[in-house]
Design a protein around this ligand. Structure first.
Ligand SMILES: *Cc1c(COP(=O)(O)O)cnc(C)c1O
Length: 374
């Protein structure tokens, strides 16, 4: 049986049936029904944030967040992310400006942001990559100095806290994804976290075609609503998320213990500024001292049925719709480029057993043994 890189958190099916019965008897399937309202409240409480607008998915949440703040012109962002981060800018007619990442956190490097600011710059869109918090203080200082908005792509950061509380409190808005592959899923889904009621209401209009009431349309909004079935599933997931995060933490610790001391394998810092981590991913960086290069290890693992993934390779700035931008020049993004060439994400998900982790580590160990023989 192959071991996937991730597998969705799925509570027992019979526990979902009562939620479906409620939906059937209400005959409300979407457009902000009871499940939608309950999940917004329960999740805001769980995450420790003021307001949270549920969305159909994370990508529409990013697109809508930019609309909510009327962002135009140029936005500074990271090339080391899932492609939807930059796509949300193109969907708004905004020019992405790529800035290199910090070699340790693999998040946007604040010391390189100022040089990329032009008169057209209106915002910064950083990503809390792998759930490791960005340098939010440095980013805030720059945003305040240049009067820029900050929208965090927090698709990886569900439940993550720094010393002051939820990382989702930083910036003007934060965007979550509840896609099946994420730490918390509603099959498909997402949310925009916002600090004030006014922005929450504006997002409510934007995700419903711009409707304010039956006859008033105030913006070219989109259909970005979460359905009642997805919201109901989210309510059930909330009852299991703490257990899931705890298991992820154990797997993370087991990997670090079993793989420590292997020459040429590097890990992310165990606590990259988090008071509470979510262990969304387990990336390793394959350095030159390892007997195989990253792609060699990737092939080796896949031959053994361990379906490791190269998140994030290629860089967003290498895709055809971005590579012509001046800021996509590889010479300007050496750290992101190096990470994209060295990174491999190992399997981590709540149902992964210790024996699965041992199998992954044994497959990596084989490479070293073979290298010694050769
Ligand atoms: C998953 C992801 C998204 C997109 O979220 P969807 O819910 O799949 O649309 C955006 N940004 C990052 C960093 C992601 O990992």
């Amino acid at each position: 049986m192959p071991i996937p890189v991730t597998s969705p958190l799925l509570p027992p099916l019979e526990e979902f049936l009562p939620y479906l019965q409620k939906i059937w008897s209400s005959r409300t399937l979407t457009n902000g029904g009871d499940m939608h309202r309950e999940l917004e409240q329960a999740m805001a409480r769980y995450l420790g944030v003021k307001h949270l607008a549920l969305m159909a998915n994370g990508t529409l949440a990013l697109v809508t967040a930019l609309q909510a703040l009327r962002i135009t012109g140029e936005v500074i962002t990271t090339p080391y992310s899932f492609v939807a981060t930059a796509h949300s800018l193109l969907w708004n007619g905004i020019k992405p400006v790529f800035v290199d990442v910090d070699p340790v956190t693999l998040n946007l490097d604040p010391s390189r942001i100022e040089a990329a600011i032009t008169p057209q710059t209106t915002a910064i869109m950083p990503v809390h990559c792998y759930g490791n918090p960005c340098d939010t203080r440095a980013i805030e200082r720059i945003a305040d100095t240049y009067n820029l908005k900050v929208i965090y792509d927090a698709a990886h950061a569900f439940g993550v806290e720094d010393a002051g509380g939820s990382v989702l409190r930083h910036g003007d808005l934060s965007v979550l994804s509840f896609h099946a592959t994420k730490v918390f899923n509603t099959f498909e889904g997402g949310a925009i976290v916002c600090p004030d009621e006014r922005t929450y209401r504006r997002i409510g209009h934007l995700k419903n075609f711009g409707f304010v009431d039956e006859t008033t349309v105030v913006a070219p909004g989109i259909n970005g609503k979460m359905s009642e079935v997805n919201a109901a599933f989210g309510l059930l997931q909330l009852r299991y998320i703490d257990r899931a995060l705890e298991r992820r933490q154990q797997i993370d610790a087991l990997y670090r213990q079993r793989l420590q001391g292997i020459r040429g394998l590097r890990f992310m810092p165990p606590r990259g500024g988090q008071a509470r981590a979510n262990h969304a991913y387990f990336p390793v960086l394959v350095d030159a001292e390892f007997p195989l290069d990253r792609d060699g290890l990737y092939q080796h693992m896949r031959r053994r049925g361990i379906l490791v993934r190269r998140y994030f390779y290629p860089l967003i700035s290498d895709f055809p719709m971005y590579r012509g931008l001046a800021s996509a020049d590889p010479a300007l993004l050496p750290m992101a480029r190096e990470a994209a060439q060295k990174v491999l994400c190992l399997p981590i998900f709540p149902d992964l057993k210790d024996t699965g982790v041992e199998a992954v580590c044994a497959a990596i160990g084989e490479v070293r043994a073979e290298a010694h023989v050769a």
